[in-house]
Structure formats: C-alpha cells, structure tokens
Design a binder for this molecule. Sequence first.
Ligand SMILES: [Zn+2]
Ligand SMILES: [Zn+2]
Length: 193
Amino acid sequence: MGSEIEQITVSMGSMEVNAYIVHAPEGDIIVDAGAEPEEILGKARNDVAAILITHGHADHISALDEVREATNAPVYMHPLDAEPAGIVDYQPLHDGEDLVIAGESFHVLHTPGHCPGSVTFIVGGDQIVGDLILPGSVGRTDLSGANWEDLEASIGKVMPLWKEDTRLFCGHGPVLSASEEMETNPYLPRTLA
Ligand SMILES: [Zn+2]
Ligand SMILES: [Zn+2]
C-alpha cells in the first residue's frame, strides 16, 4: 500500500505556501516548512522520521527550526541550497539516490533552475516538485541563482517519469494531475518524447 501525501497550505504574510506530510507505513515525513509550524506539526499522526526540503527559499524553510526542534528529526536538503540559507546541520541530498525513510522510498532528482539546490522527490508514481512546476506555470527564473536553461533541463528530467495518474505536489497552489498539466501548462512540452 502506498503512502498518503497530505497537503498543508500555510500563510506567510499575504503569500500561501504548501508543506506536505507523507504518511508512510512506519512514520511521517514532513516536506518543507515555510510558516506556521504548529499547523504543520498538528497534521502529524506518527513520529516524524525526517524533514525533507525541496529548496532553500525562505517561504519553504522559515519554520524549519521550530519543526526540527519539535520533532528532533534529521533534515535532508541539497548542499547548494543549505549553505546559502545558513543551514549546517543536515543530510546532503544527491541526484539519483533512493532514500528509504519510515518504510517509504523517496527517489531524489536534483532539479535546479528555480533555485540551484532544488530537488524533486518521487514517491511511488507521484512527484513532490517544490517550485519547479506550478499550476499553469513554472518556478520563477528571474531570482538570484535561477536560470531558464537549467529549469528546462530539470523539467525534461521529471516529465518522462509521468504516468497517466501521476500527481504533482507543488510549492504553491493545489495538487495537480500531471497529465492535465501536460495538456494545459504552456511552459511544458506537449509530449514526453
Ligand atoms: Zn522558491
Ligand atoms: Zn515557493
């Protein structure tokens, strides 16, 4: 049986950002902690086995200290984003690795473009993409450390793994159907080839 991925939308000032809890067979895994730590922690049903970070922008890590303190869980993120964010105590993520946490497997892809250390976590057939892909759009590439060429290459890395029922769990906005997004999102190529 697959894990359930629960979306938690929290507010950071006027902005909404998503965190996720993966309810895995042997515990919970929090993905991103941008704001409202009590809101995120309140959704845990089991011990939190790990905290995964999609990328180091403030809207994804500003509640990390509180969530880490409350759970004592190890933090996993990409070194290219940990260092600029001043995070030193963490487990570095590597492109192509498979992390097994609480009985669930997370396939890690380094997907830069929006941020140098952006990663995508593949859980079963679903993808937690951070701000790589957003509803009808993609992550901003006009920020420091961002560039369109990398973003395009990263999209080319995640899309071939999409199946008919793949869901995309984005940093902002609702959970997306990958096949719907492929048909309607003007930033994505129309085919997987
Ligand atoms: Zn971002
Ligand atoms: Zn964001």
